[in-house]
Every structure is written in C-alpha cells, then in structure tokens.
Design a protein around this ligand. Structure first.
Ligand code: NAD
Length: 429
C-alpha cells in the first residue's frame, strides 16, 4: 500500500478525543484486511467528502435573536447522492454528525441503494422552542445548506426530534429558493406532499423480514418462536404486530414505562391499544410485570432491542439467553457486549442491515417523487421485503466465506461496494 500522506484524524477534531468518529475509524480498520485490492482506496472512507457548518440566526417570539450551530456532512457520494437524516439535539457535535454520515454510507451500500451517506444536525433542544420558532429555525437552516442539497445531490430525512412537518418546511424552503416545487429534495414527507405509503411501518417491517431470514438460517420456525422486544414505538410496535400475525409468541415487551410479560404470548393489538390510551405498556391487563434483569435473562429465540442506543452493555450481556439478536435500534449493543453475546453462539444481526427498512422506503419515496407516479402500499411492502432479503443474503454469504460475524460481513459488503465505485470512477482530475 502507498505511504500515507495524510493524518487519520482530521485537524478539525481533537486527535485525543475524536468521539463517535473515532469509533467509526476503528470499524473501518477492522474490515480493511478483507477488502483485497480495494484496500488501496480505503483512505477515502476515513474522511468525509464535504463538511458544511452554518450559523442559524433566528428571531425568537420574544423579539430577541438567537444563534444556533448547524451542520451538514456528506461522507461519501461515490454511489449516488448523499442520504441521511437531520437531528435536532442540544448535544449534536461535528464528530457525531460525521460518524452518522459515514454509517449512512455503510447502511445505503449494505442494502445496495444507489445513495451515498450524509447527515445533518442543529445544536438545539427543540422542546424549548415554539412551533413558529422551530419553523423559522428549520427554514433558515435549509437556506444555509441549500447549495449542497438537492434531489440529485443530497437528500435529508427525519432523525431524532425531526418529523414530517419539519421535512415539509425544508421541502417548501428549498422549493421557494429554487423557484419550483421540488418534492424529491427530502424524504419522510407527509403523504399529501409526495411522501410514500408504507414509510411509517417500513423500519419495523424490515426488522421483521430480517429476523425471519435469520431464523430460517438458524433452523427456527417463526411460528411459535419466543420473542422479546425492547421498545414498543414505531419500530418495536410494528415488528411485534407482524411477528404475532405470523404466529410467533411475543412474550415480553419493555418500554420507558415498564416491562410486561405473558408466558403464552402477549396480545399485541391489545397492548398497542393500551399504549395508545395510557402512553406506555405498564399495567396492561392480563400481563405480569418484570424487572430489567428478568427481561434480559429471558430464554428466547429472538431478542429485539428497538428503543435506544447503548442498551446492551457488559453489565447485562452476560444475562442474555437468546439465539438471535436483531438490532432494531441504532447502536444498541456496545462492542464489549457484542463479544460477550457472540461468544455464547448467539447470532447478532447488525443495525446497518436490520433497521435499513426505513431508508429503503425513503429510496422508494425519492424514486416515486422523481417519476411523479405513486405505488400502492402492497407494491412498496413487496419491494421492501425483496430488498431486505437480498441484503441479508449478501451479508450472510460474506460472513460464511470469511468466517466473520454478520456485523463485520455487513461492513465488508458495504465498504467493498463503495470502494469499487470509487475505483471504477477513478480520481478526478
Ligand atoms: P419511537 O420513539 O417510536 O419508540 C421508542 C420506544 O422506545 C418507545 O416504546 C419508548 O417507550 C421506548 N423507550 C424509550 N426510552 C426507553 C428506555 N429508557 N427503556 C426502555 N424503553 C425505552 O422510536 P422508533 O422510531 O421506534 O425508534 C426506535 C429505535 O430505532 C431508535 O434507536 C431509532 O434510531 C431506530 N431507528 C428508527 C428508524 C425509524 O424509521 N423509525 C429507522 C432506523 C432506526
């Protein structure tokens, strides 16, 4: 390999504390030995293509002016336009946005979507601001990043604390500045504005399809399989419903209000109704309550963390007794916990494939916006299932070929696809 003429950690991050970007760099180092001749290009993955930091000044409702720091990072666009969410959170940092943009490159490539990776964010606690203040903040941020986004450049989407309304404001602001309605500049829009049917359920449906593929490979019949799920929101709730419809037994559900358990399988529609009425699973009729230790110790066929990141650590990994762990959430398993669980023979299906259903239907939304022709929900679900199965099969094939975990295999598949594109495109000039 050629001598390295550049530093691994860019000057704009503290080399002693690179943050989430440092974790990502380690992941790339781990897969480099499996990249063959493509390793020649690996440095391209270790630096974002473009970083934009913007000031977002806004007049607040009380007449004062506030300034927020906004980011848009495009990690890689070798395979297509950047794709990735916009996060509104007080703790957003450049390192975090960089790492999230890189993980989007990996996720898009692992599922073989014709996208690169990008991510955006504003350092703000949105709960402290009114609806109209948030609208002004979103519109000013969109104007500031206008030059680098667009349907064939970089397509934002919702992430933590952003939603369809914020996407609608972004789309409107971009369209006003362009002088024409451009629905395809963002995804995750309301259906009335070119959003896709099936988008809300997409991630949970993808988790379900991937879990079925992993179960099949492990010789587990989904019918009658015992399943425990942490998180009963968009992702966990949808997956739970689909599992029950397929004849599985969802024996335990863990949310921010408590844990409910029924040895014979919970009544999922009844539980969804209870959450709708009371805000959480705690106290659902006919269920037994468990403490977190009991939940993680349950003997199950499939365990699905679908709540927050960092939930499975060295502290609870030792308790886990499941055959398959499917990461519905982003980053729910720490690397240490991953080693402990894998050593027991549990198959861990990594987030970059397991929860890629959302970005896959975002891709369908973008395609539908381009052609101004909208598909039925049935068509969307059918295509989603086909793409998820094919992503699972590519990952699992590489895992067998190299004798590595599914997580390493997903990174090998994704990084190889990105670097192959980089290689055949060549370097300009
Ligand atoms: P959501 O807000 O709809 O649901 C979150 C669930 O987690 C709720 O049931 C909540 O009660 C539970 N929860 C929150 N804090 C908890 C705690 N401390 N202990 C136990 N449970 C807790 O969110 P979602 O959209 O379902 O997303 C869940 C995860 O999936 C997140 O990690 C998210 O990043 C990831 N994800 C979501 C999508 C998507 O399209 N929604 C796509 C990819 C990844």
């Amino acid at each position: 390999m050629a001598e390295l003429h550049s530093h691994p950690v860019p000057s704009y991050l503290d080399p002693a504390h690179p943050g989430p970007w440092g974790i990502y760099l380690e992941q790339v180092d781990r897969v480099t030995p499996y990249l063959g001749n493509l390793a020649r290009w690996v440095e391209t993955l270790k630096r974002p293509k473009r970083i934009l930091i913007v000031d977002v000044p806004v007049e607040l409702d009380n007449g004062t002016v506030a300034h927020f720091e906004g980011y848009r990072v495009q990690h890689n666009t070798s395979r297509g336009p950047g794709k990735g969410g916009v996060r509104f959170h007080q703790d957003v940092t450049l390192s975090e946005v960089m790492a999230l943009s890189a993980w989007m490159s990996v996720k898009s490539a692992a599922v073989n979507l014709p996208f690169g990776g990008a991510k955006g964010g504003i350092r703000i606690d949105p709960h402290l601001y009114s609806h109209s203040e948030l609208e002004r903040i979103t519109r000013r941020y969109t104007s500031e990043i206008h030059d680098i986004i667009g349907p064939s450049k970089d397509i934002p989407a919702p992430d933590v604390n952003t939603n369809g309304q914020i996407m609608a404001w972004m789309m409107d602001t971009y369209s006003m500045n362009e002088g024409r309605t451009t629905t395809g500049v963002v995804t995750g829009k309301p259906v009335s504005l070119g959003g896709s049917l099936g988008r809300i359920e997409a991630t949970g449906r993808g988790v379900y399809v991937i879990a079925c593929e992993a179960a099949r490979e492990s010789g587990i019949d989904i019918k009658g399989a015992r399943i425990a799920i942490q998180g009963f929101g968009n992702v966990g709730g949808t997956a739970a419903r689909l599992f029950q419809e397929a004849g599985a037994q969802v024996v335990a559900v863990y949310d921010h209000t408590g844990i409910v358990y029924d040895e014979r399988g919970l009544n999922v529609p009844g539980l969804l109704e209870h959450v709708h009425e009371t805000g959480g699973v705690a106290g659902a009729p006919g269920t037994q309550s468990l403490d977190p230790k009991e939940f993680w110790s349950l003997e199950t066929d499939i365990l699905i963390p679908a709540a927050l990141e960092g939930q499975i650590t060295h502290e609870n990994a030792g308790l886990i007794r499941t055959r398959i762990l499917v990461e519905g959430a982003n980053g729910p398993t720490t690397p240490e916990a991953d080693d402990i669980i894998s050593a027991k023979g549990t198959v861990i299906v990594p987030d970059v494939v397991a929860n890629a259903g959302g970005v896959t239907v975002s891709y369908f939304e973008w395609v539908q916006d381009f052609s101004s022709f909208f598909w039925t929900e049935q068509e969307i679900n059918h295509r989603l299932e086909a793409m998820m199965r094919s992503a699972y099969s590519a990952m699992s094939g590489v895992a067998r070929q190299h004798g590595v975990s599914l997580r390493t295999a997903a990174f090998i598949v994704a990084c190889s696809r990105i670097l192959e594109a980089r290689q055949v495109r060549g370097l300009y000039p």
